[in-house]
Design a protein around this ligand. Structure first.
Ligand code: F0G
Length: 350
């Protein structure tokens, strides 16, 4: 095995990295790109690939952007970081802040953060504050509290977050020697679709890729402001990671959609759960519900016959299934308890 190279170091030439930027790392990036034969059979698409971002250190894609944002916070001599979050940004901020010896405060929507993410933020020693409202309220509060010389906001309104996250697009291009025909991605606050589009655009401009992919973003039906063209005041979806009514990167998400000739559409919670179960049971890949929105969208578009000529596609699976154990339990059904004997077990599994 070669020595691991920190993400910041590996892409230093393509990131706002200076000699003074600390080479902070927890081993982020370099995530698996895995073929999905079950989805290929179902959709008739020649190649379906899954970018498994749940393999990042804190279990989501946020680590790519957070390592960059926290490194730049250290470089600017900040002593604390602050963010609003549906959970994953909080877990990531808390981890990198701990690593960099910064204080960290995370503002969460009360009652709507999956338990795995919440315990991560607590374990990493962040100040965890829940506001009685949505993620959008939490982000408004963060903007109100505001940044200062000491405090850096590490939501994706911090441009370094987007810079770090675009590295996932570079990795995909490196693997294929070109961009895929299409990319499927969940959309919440819309930072990640913005980041991938920027990454693919830079890769094409530098001659690393001959083309850019068509970008297909998916919001949950009950939290689909971009699809509706208006903010959603009371967003609702079981995919709590993307339960967002006013995305911060709305305009750049529209640009990614329009410049790529793609679409941003809604998928129902039922479609999300079906894709979530399919990924686990057929592909052996366990992601969190919000991540499965990308695959729910792929299945819907394939079924509608809208993906002809898209021969190689990538679905981004943004977070690990263990983030949301309560949702996972609803898949598992009941666990049988039997006497510890061969007879009883044979009967139970027959
Ligand atoms: N998937 C997961 C697992 C997420 O946690 C998020 C966003 C998204 C998709 C959507 O990405 O916001 O860039 O469009 N989570 C944020 C958070 C909002 O606070 O962890 P996006």
């Amino acid at each position: 095995m070669p020595m691991p190279v920190p993400l910041i170091e590996r892409y230093a030439a393509r990131l706002p990295v200076t000699a003074k930027t600390p080479r902070l790392t927890l081993g982020e990036g370099g995530t698996p790109l895995v073929r999905a034969p079950g989805l290929e059979r179902e959709t008739g698409i020649a190649e379906v690939w899954l970018k498994i971002e749940g393999a990042n250190p804190t279990g989501s894609f946020k680590d790519r952007g957070m390592v960059m944002a926290v490194a730049k916070a250290v470089e600017s001599k900040a002593t604390a970081v602050l963010c609003a979050s549906t959970g994953n940004t909080a877990a990531s901020a808390a981890a990198y802040a701990a690593r960099a010896s910064l204080r960290c405060a995370v503002i969460l929507p009360a009652g709507y953060v999956a338990v795995g993410k919440l315990v991560q933020a607590i374990a990493f020693g962040a100040h965890v504050v829940a506001v009685k409202g949505t993620f959008d309220d939490a982000l408004r509060v963060v903007r109100e509290v505001g940044a200062s010389e000491d405090v850096t906001i590490v939501n994706s309104i911090n441009p370094y977050r987007i810079d770090g996250q675009k590295t996932a697009a570079f990795e995909i291009v490196e693997t294929f020697g070109d961009a895929p025909d299409a990319l499927f991605i969940p959309v919440g606050n819309a930072g990640n679709i913005t980041a991938y589009w920027r990454g693919f655009t830079e890769a094409a401009a530098d001659g690393l890729a001959k083309k850019r992919p068509v970008m297909y973003g998916f919001q949950a039906e009950g939290a689909a402001p971009i699809v509706r063209g208006a903010p959603v005041e009371h967003p609702e979806t079981l995919a709590t990671a993307i339960r967002i009514g006013t995305p911060a990167s709305w305009q750049t998400a529209l640009a990614a959609r329009d410049e790529s000739g793609g679409a941003i559409e809604a998928v129902s919670d039922e479609q999300i759960v079906e894709a979530y179960a399919f990924l686990a049971r057929v592909e052996g890949v366990f992601c969190e519900p919000a991540s499965a929105a990308s695959v729910a969208g792929l299945r819907a578009l394939a079924q509608a016959g809208r993906l002809r000529g898209r021969d190689r596609v990538v679905c981004v699976l943004t977070g690990n299934g263990l983030k949301d154990p309560e949702r996972a339990r609803t898949l598992a059904g009941e666990v049988l308890e039997v006497e510890p004997s061969g007879v009883a077990v044979r009967e139970a599994i027959a």
